[in-house]
Design a protein around this ligand. Structure first.
Ligand code: ATP
Length: 190
């Protein structure tokens, strides 16, 4: 994605491992675009996971996200910005970086309700809330106060990796173009 520093957009950021991206991410992005008054949704794969989670290589996760965005009419994009931010993968640093690069944009930060338990460990959450509107989606199985919308799909990258490891291609949970990429590049021993 090429940065557009002169424009002013309302951008919702969906950060995560995307290891691999799945229909739950896609539904979350569509839901946010449809209901949260945003112009674009940017998928932001983690470069360095703040809590040390190990994933497929960053470049492959970026490519898989890009594949998933291809069908959306320009509003769904993949941002590899976390590689540029460097540091240790803290969301507050990414938001500072993005705000400096796109001073006209207004950012929202989208998280699933499964993440709420981690928030006390996030660096400077108060500053995050000043830099971005935080939108908490109701991820199926994780009810919590303050979420928006109905429960979203019960699907996770963990389940998908487990299915792949058992030799069961998760064709119902991963966009075809993403699964084809994973197969082509022998990700997840697939
Ligand atoms: P893993 O199983 O490897 O932990 P994951 O499926 O939770 O992965 P991530 O890439 O870590 O996917 O998630 C990125 C963001 O998308 C997080 O904020 C997460 O809460 C949200 N998210 C992922 N799947 C869903 C879903 N099915 N419904 C709603 N939100 C989701």
């Amino acid at each position: 994605m090429s940065p557009s520093s002169g424009t002013s957009l309302r951008v919702a950021l969906l950060g995560g491992s995307f290891n691999p991206p799945h229909v739950g991410h896609l539904m979350a992005a569509h839901y946010v675009r449809a209901t949260q008054e945003v112009d674009e949704v940017w998928l932001m794969p983690t470069f360095r996971h703040p809590f040390g989670k190990v994933s497929a290589p960053f470049e492959h996760r970026v490519r898989m996200c890009e594949r998933m965005c291809e069908d959306a009419a320009g509003w769904l994009k993949t941002s590899p910005v976390e590689r540029e931010v460097g540091k240790d993968g803290r969301t507050v640093d990414t938001l500072d970086f993005l705000q400096a690069r796109h001073p006209g944009h207004r950012f929202s930060l989208v998280i699933g309700s499964d993440i709420l338990k981690d928030l006390p460990h996030w660096k400077d959450f108060e500053r995050i809330q000043r830099l971005a509107r935080v939108v908490v989606l109701y991820r199926a199985g994780y009810p919590a106060p303050g979420t928006v919308g109905p429960p979203l799909a019960e699907v996770s990258s963990t389940d998908i990796r487990e299915r792949l490891a058992r030799g069961e291609p998760p064709t119902d949970l991963v966009p075809q173009v993403v699964l084809a990429y994973a197969r082509e590049h022998h990700l997840y021993a697939f």
